[in-house]
Design a protein around this ligand. Structure first.
Ligand code: SF4
Ligand code: SF4
Length: 448
């Protein structure tokens, strides 16, 4: 198991000073590709944040719009020759804006507080929030609403409804123990960071992850009290709230003796890997957070070498394409491990799509806050995926999985979206001659 990604960071000021205005970031920026306006390019955003920090630009609705229209996909960071972390500068700009939030309408502040201080503060609160949504689906109201189109006049609410995948009956956390022993000889002791969305929406995918880890000799520690990684808060400029959650996670995992802390959510992994930066110089948490982040691995980083050395006995006669989550390829610099893992599955064929590392338009709540751009990015992604002729799209981030599933339905394309470990689990369960032992649920798509 080996970390593929980068770990480096500067202060916001150093970050700004590194920009030589060369423009290498422009061709890879999705918002610049759409608008061709400098103010919607990475280079333009560096200038905006510089102006904001130096006090030459005031916080206006237009400045706010320009900073929030950035996807925070970080493709510009991969392309930048001097290592400017534009996405992080944009988030720093948003943080500055949020510090002025006394100006916010009271309803917006109340909604943010409900989301950040209540829902994301504890897994059990999110699980509680899922109850009415489950009832909405199990009582057939969802089907009725979609068939009649009654939410259509409400625009965003209709879009949210259409994004909602079939929810599992229970969250994964409710059905597993805090320590899951290795089924045979123990080779590793790993911590598993169960993301909020993976726990409540994509429980089937993370169940497959636990099974695959077990098959590879892992004893797994899944702390029941783990908090949200903090990524949604940080992206919204809520740095202090994000740090409070990070402290709790660092303490929980620090108490266990682990070979690695693994996650199957790319967004969580990107955030967990930067806890060291969040607490840089902090006398109480600096060293603990650095030790924590150094052990974090995406599931593909952890498994690639292990599965290459000891592949599943079963063979999958399947052709898939891979959508690279921004949080994996750009934020973590992990691009080879997912492909190595897919290529290690006997019989599986990987066909690359054009622009596999371009954002699908998910970007947290971007699909709802900036639907126009988001849908254009999604349409391009679906066109590139279907052009490969693959029968499934593999990805490693719940936001991407939701967005791609919605896009495929919108374009009436019958193509499941799968996580890496769902395919692996399928291979472990397949007969050696290539026939499927059972067409079990995990292989049917992320939310099935
Ligand atoms: S952010 Fe990087 S790539 Fe973009 S203009 Fe500045 S130095 Fe060049
Ligand atoms: S993070 Fe993405 S959308 Fe934002 S400036 Fe960089 S490339 Fe453009």
């Amino acid at each position: 198991m080996q970390a593929e990604g980068r770990r480096e960071h500067d202060t916001d000021l150093e970050n700004i000073q590194k920009c030589i205005r060369c423009g290498s970031c422009m061709p890879v920026c999705p918002t610049y590709a759409e608008s061709t306006r400098e103010s919607e390019s990475p280079r333009g955003r560096v200038a905006l944040v510089k102006g904001l920090f130096e006090g030459t630009l005031e916080i206006t609705p237009n400045l706010e719009r320009l900073l929030y229209i950035c996807l925070d996909c970080r493709a510009c960071q991969t392309a930048c020759p001097t290592g400017v972390r534009v996405g992080e500068l944009v988030v720093a700009g948003r943080t500055r804006i949020e510090e002025e939030k006394a100006r916010r309408p009271i309803l917006r502040r109340a909604l943010r507080s409900a989301l950040f201080d209540w829902a994301l503060a504890d897994h059990s609160n999110i699980e509680l929030a899922m109850v009415p949504l489950r009832l909405y689906q199990s009582l057939g109201l969802c089907k009725l609403v979609r068939a009649t189109g009654m939410l259509k006049p409400l625009g965003k609410l209709d879009l949210m409804d259409r994004f909602l995948p079939r929810l599992p009956a229970r969250s994964l956390r409710q059905e597993i123990d805090e320590v899951i022993p290795a089924p045979g000889n123990r080779r590793y002791r790993v911590g598993f960071f169960l993301g909020c969305v993976m726990n409540t929406v994509f429980a089937n995918a993370s169940r497959a992850t636990l099974s695959v880890l077990g098959r590879n000799g892992c004893e797994i520690y899944v702390p029941r009290q783990a908090r949200c990684c903090g990524a949604p808060l940080f992206a919204e400029g809520e740095r202090e709230r994000a740090k409070n959650m990070a402290r709790k996670n660092v303490d929980l995992f620090a108490a266990a003796d682990l070979d690695a802390i693994v996650t199957d959510c790319a967004a969580c992994g990107a955030e967990l890997k930067r806890y060291d930066e969040l607490f840089d110089g902090d006398p109480e948490y600096g060293a603990k957070a650095a030790a924590f982040s150094a052990r974090v691995l995406d599931i593909t980083e952890f498994l690639a070498g292990i599965v290459e050395a000891n592949p599943p006995a079963g063979s999958l006669n399947r052709t898939v394409t891979y959508h690279e989550p921004c949080h994996l390829v750009h934020a973590q610099g992990v691009s080879k491990a997912p492909r190595r893992l897919l290529k290690a599955i006997p019989g599986l064929r990987l066909v690359e799509m054009k622009r596999s590392n371009w954002c699908c338009g998910s970007a947290g709540s971007y699909a709802f806050t900036h639907s126009d751009y988001s849908m254009r990015f999604l349409d391009a992604k679906i066109a590139n995926a279907t052009a490969t002729g693959a029968e499934a799209i593999v990805t490693g981030n719940p936001g991407c999985a939701l967005q791609l599933t919605y896009g495929l339905e919108k374009h009436n394309v019958k193509m499941p979206v799968l996580y890496f470990t769902q395919l692996l689990e399928e291979a472990y369960r397949a007969n050696v001659d290539g026939a499927m032992a059972s067409r079990h649920r995990v292989g049917a798509g992320v939310g099935q």
